[in-house]
Design a protein around this ligand. Sequence first.
Ligand SMILES: C[S@@+](CC[C@H](N)C(=O)[O-])C[C@H]1O[C@@H](n2cnc3c(N)ncnc32)[C@H](O)[C@@H]1O
Length: 359
Amino acid sequence: MATTEKPRAVDEERLMEFVFRAVDEVGATLNAALVVMGDKLGLYRALADAGPLTPAELAGRTSTAERYIREWLNAQAAGGYVTYDPESGRYTLPPELAVALTDESSPAYLPGFFQIALGSVIDSPRITEAVESGDGFGWHAHVHDVHEGCERFFRPGYNANLIGAWLPALDGVVEKLEQEALVADLGCGHGASTILMAQAFPRSTFVGSDYHEGSIQTARIRAEEVGVADRVRFETAAAAGHPGDGYDLVTMFDCLHDMGDPVGAARKVRDLLAPDGTWMIVEPAAGDRVEDNLNPVGRAYYGFSTLLCTPASLSQEVGLALGAQAGEARIREVAEAAGFTRFRRVAETPFNLVFEARP
Ligand SMILES: C[S@@+](CC[C@H](N)C(=O)[O-])C[C@H]1O[C@@H](n2cnc3c(N)ncnc32)[C@H](O)[C@@H]1O
């Protein structure tokens, strides 16, 4: 006798709650593009500098079209990014948001976060195809907003933590850097971390590498711009091909999980290191279990992992695809599989875990 499945009861209230939550999420999705627009056109900067402005005044200050600016400002006001005074018709960027949206020196600086998110969304049709085919999608193949957004997203965290907290947490590394150390920064992207270390430790020498030629060209320009090009060399090379040996410190910032063969890369790090050298691994903050990461930070990182990190790893040999939420236990496994005998977590922030591995 055929059984009929009893339809599951739908709670109408929960359904409508979700619909209204989705309205907010769609507004937030669209706002990512509006934030990048405001950043690129200098709209936040003008509001921060001038105080309350009408749409015409903001348009005049930024050489933009008033009709668009009025709409953009209303979207910003509806999202709580600016306040609106109906009496004067003026819009104000509150001081806290002015810091987050315009102050590049603040650890809370956010435009890069939106820029890399928007770049990821722009590339999502191609990732959707990859999800169907199982093919990878390399970091190099993304739009420029992913590469530049990545640099601008991570740099504030490095400025806030790398020199003052993360390097001092490593055993004996700062002392070596202050003398005359040789440092390799693998998967360095636009070289934000490499250049920051070079500025802090003028007696040491730095070699950054990344398999993406375009990123390395930008890194070279950045080093020239801040006057450290004499002590910082950038090479286009996959981690497995990083040149030289005898390094006192090898660093990897938010890139081990993007690599197709992290264990192979870790073995290469062992070859690159001097016998008492140190490997510093910076990875996204994550717990070991899925249920540890079901929170706003985990949500953003699983999103980036689906659109950027997992396809990047799958595009390379081995394709281990650790994912951006690999967690400490899996990173430790990688280090131990490559023969590192000592491994410990030395620092963490809401966004990053920092590990030290020694031969
Ligand atoms: C999320 S980005 C981080 C870039 C940089 N470390 C930073 O913190 O701004 C990941 C980087 O890993 C690089 N990458 C991916 N696979 C690589 C590999 N096998 N060898 C070297 N670099 C690799 C990418 O090109 C990209 O620049």
